[in-house]
Design a protein around this ligand. Sequence first.
Ligand code: TNX
Length: 525
Amino acid sequence: MTRALGSLLLVAAAGVFAGGAAPAGQARAAAPLGQVVPAPASVRAGGAPYHLTRDTRIRVDDSRAAVRIGEYLAGILRPSTGYRLPLTTHGQAGIQLRLTKGAYGAEGYRLDSGSNGVTITAREPAGLFHGVQTLRQLLPATVEKDTVQPGPWLVAAGTIQDSPRYAYRGAMLDVARHFFTVAQVKRYIDELALYKINELHLHLSDDQGWRIAVDSWPRLATYGGSTQVGGGKGGYYTKADYQEIVRYAASRYLEVVPEVDMPGHTNAALASYAELNCNGVAPPLYTGTNVGFSSLCVPKEVTYRFLDDVVRELAALTPGRYLHIGGDEAHSTSHDDYVKFMDRVQPIVAKYGKTVIGWHQLTSATPAKGALAQYWGLDSTSAAEKAQVAKAAQNGTGLILSPADRIYLDMKYTKDTPLGLSWAGYVEVRRAYDWNPGAYLPGAPASAVRGVEAPLWSETLSTSAHIDYMAFPRLPGAAELGWSPAATHDWDTYKVRLAAQAPRWDALGIGYYRSPQVPWPSSTR
Ligand code: TNX
């Protein structure tokens, strides 16, 4: 039997021609229930698929969160289906979004699909939202388009029970080397949400730019934010802009983790205020791509008044739990000064109610109680450096894993890919996916690993198309490492699920690297 005929029979058996939604030759079977990225924890397929029609209603609990998530879902489905898909708090059948007590966890959900409808159940709104992302991926890719598409709109039958492996599943965007507008950040947030990423780390300051307004030190943004790599005009977020990003992220169940990098990576601040420099002289703004040449002045008291102000204002704008203080590549700060500096700064973060995250060099000082260290080393990083991080983990410092030769999204895929850097090597799609966060760092207890994060540094990236090309298709792999149980990890099946995402990216206008390692469907661009 040919594949086309097979799917025709399947579809016909399910009675989906009722309503005449499928033009001749366009009949399709529903995508297999497990064809989702990140892989769900458990999938039991079986039964007749659900057919979303012009009569479908979205039934939600009478809670603000469920209504909002219902509206979000309708916002995705209405333009492409052309259906009204009204929200209602009554009845059954159709699409149901339910919040109930139960063993779903903080972000887990259950999805039941059958001929009568699709029901997503969760304890928390975040779980419901993640379930909606799964439902999205079970519908044909054309559901993502913003003009009416032919359908049919089928969802395979069965039950998915799902919850994340790690509570921290992050993506970092470097808005300092090149500035990205609020609209560009929102676009990235939407891309992250599709893969159940729940932390958006914004690298808000670096040598080339300071990107967040600070009322008590206004020149940071107005002068320090006035350029970027290559000499362009840069930019910064007003407090209202930043809060809009935070709100938008929250509506997609992402927490914003703001980073002000210190004591190195601070040329933009040093250029804005002469008094922050040990010699009292402000350096010029910097638009190159070197690292490690700048340092706040550790012995000067003004440094800590400055940081108290910055942390206070940033913490007040940030509902999330964390404040990232950088701490990487402080090559112009002596080790003694670095340790003194971290001993002074971490209590400031605590004073304003936030938990410290630092790049893993923080473990060369004394990480505060509860602090998280973000590991960005390579396979080839020295055993001594890895041991230092592992030791901190044994002593209670939580770890976020961002190994640069695995999930640095700014690394070139191969020597021939046009964008990105290659200091950590080339990172093809398989290499980015094929590692186990739970067993990655020798000597670090698996329980210390809070999750993974995929950083995207922007020395070579200045547009949303650039972001998309570097993030896709590696970002979904990072998301899967963060979400899916280790038992589902398998490159051969992953690459097939990943390939099936391509038509969705096409529909969403996301350009991606067509890695030869992935069996892309031939119909895609
Ligand atoms: C290293 S990773 C850096 C950044 C660069 C990045 C480029 C880290 C904590 N520091 O300053 O942008 O490499 O890949």
